[in-house]
Design a protein. Structure first.
Length: 483
């Protein structure tokens, strides 16, 4: 019933569009003031950037008005200079474009597309003399420190990456480690990763947060396992997954939080960091005897995901329509629900291979409708490509972060480690290109209705669950028949 309610709500919003508080201004010319909220992108004679609207001029008065605009403005005249940065306060006059409901049946409304990108409206500034910089709003100290640190890391990678393709590899490694503000990946390379279903590696998302948290989690879990073995616990107790101590969990929370701030705190990173922090807190509380005796803490992973989604949606309700939001939670749900059942079907394979393949298949099954709805493309080869790309990305995260840390003290140390990183990057690009060029690796298909996605999830979930339970029962029945 809950799924049907959500599907009905999404279908209604998809047909009517997402209402905007700026709708009364649609089509009118207005004088506004706001703060630049993103680094501008220049294309030809125009620049595009996000603007946090603060006020609209009514006669001689400035009326406070809040909203987030996508501004398209001509490049400023030479006397004013072309430098425009995040935090600059500008005054502009332009035409508001607030998209409404679609006019053609089956058309995706522009208001929904704007909501997915986090904008309320667009401001079109027609002439260079109709906007000017009027001041600057100081950025928070942690934002300034993070921007300076990212610039330092970008320069470090470009100086220390060896070989004739050093600049390209430096940008590629910077994008994998810290996002697009550290490394600008060429569009041709981006297309290869997109066709192979591994584009998530090149953007800072839950993949990096998961790998980073694992670097802290794994040593603590191994230490807990050996402590339990030395304590001569029963075999049944040793089979339970070991949890790291509270010190390791605190280190994981601190590291993931600092990383989210360092990379700029985009929506995918914030989502993954919130989930990681909630999981660490829940495990830490479960290990506290006083808390565990008072509260059984039987909260499952789905409740944790719902709590993380609630935190994000309270802050920005339109994030529900963001492709990154949907992909992030779909991946986690695929790992949580599909992967265990698929692993039961692959019990004949070595455990490490079966688990890796089950995780890759589970994630791909979960994201297929979302990829088709937003991007009109489904990558079938991603099931195999992620088996190669994710381990290489994990190694690049380890050696890349090490190179950056050592390079800040001594540049030759970063150069030595980047010889290995260059080999790993060459292997990653070569494998991705080979899989992207396989005939039929990706298929162009756009979902015509959200109800197709609902039907897909219901059908696939039922089939995977039935097949997994059948395989588990069959595995349990083998010893009885042999005896």
């Amino acid at each position: 019933m809950v799924a049907a309610f959500l599907a009905g709500g999404l279908s209604l919003l998809a047909s009517q569009g997402w209402p905007s508080r700026l709708s009364p201004l649609n089509g009118s010319f207005q004088s506004i003031k706001g703060v630049v909220a993103s680094e501008p992108r220049i294309s030809g004679s125009r620049r595009t950037f996000a603007l946090s609207l603060t006020s609209v001029r009514r006669g001689k008065e400035e009326v406070p008005l809040r909203g987030r605009l996508e501004v398209s403005a001509p490049v400023s005249p030479p006397a004013q200079g072309d430098a425009l940065h995040e935090g600059d306060v500008i005054a502009a006059r332009g035409r508001f474009i607030v998209p409404g409901a679609p006019t053609n049946p089956g058309e995706i409304p522009l208001s929904l597309l704007f909501a997915r990108r986090g904008f309320d409206a667009m401001l079109d500034v027609p002439h260079p003399g109709m906007w000017r910089r009027v001041g600057r709003e100081p950025l928070p100290w942690h934002v300034r420190a993070a921007k300076a640190a990212r610039a330092r890391v970008r320069d470090l990678l470009r100086e220390s990456m060896p070989g004739p393709h050093g600049p390209i590899y430096a940008d590629l490694l910077g994008s994998i480690l810290f996002g697009s503000e550290v490394g600008q990946v060429p569009q041709a390379v981006m297309d290869l990763f997109r066709r192979s279903g591994t584009i998530h590696i090149l953007v800072v998302s839950g993949t990096q947060i998961s790998l980073l948290f694992t670097l802290v989690w794994l040593p603590g879990a191994l230490a807990a396992f050996y402590r339990r073995r030395r304590a001569a616990l029963p075999a049944e107790a040793l089979r339970r997954p070991p949890h790291p101590g509270r010190g390791a969990l605190a280190g994981g929370i601190a590291l993931t939080s600092a990383y989210a701030v360092f990379v700029g705190g985009g929506s995918p990173v914030c989502r993954a960091a919130i989930v990681a922090v909630m999981v660490a807190i829940a495990i830490g509380l479960a290990q506290s005897r006083a808390v565990a005796e008072e509260h059984p803490l039987e909260t499952d992973r789905y409740t944790l995901l719902a709590a993380a989604a609630l935190v994000l949606l309270v802050q920005r309700p339109t994030a529900l329509f963001d492709p990154g939001f949907q992909l992030s939670f779909a991946c986690i749900l695929g790992l949580s629900y599909f992967t265990p059942h698929i692993a039961n079907l692959l019990q004949g394979l070595p455990r490490w291979l079966g688990t890796s393949l089950a995780m890759s298949v589970g994630v791909q099954l979960a994201v297929i409708p979302i990829q088709s709805w937003h991007f009109g493309q489904v990558s079938w080869i991603g099931i195999v490509a992620n088996l190669v790309a994710v381990p290489l990305a994990a190694l690049l995260l380890i050696f890349g972060v090490t190179a950056c840390a050592l390079g800040l003290a001594w540049l030759p140390a970063a150069t030595a480690i980047n010889y290995l990183n260059a080999l790993l990057l060459r292997g990653l690009v070569s494998a991705t290109a080979a899989m992207a060029e396989i005939p039929g690796a990706s298929a162009a298909y756009h979902l015509a209705s959200i109800w197709y996605a609902v039907a897909y999830y219901v059908l696939v979930a039922a089939i995977v669950r039935w097949a997994g339970q059948w395989a588990a029962h069959a595995e349990q029945a083998v010893p009885k028949s042999l005896s």
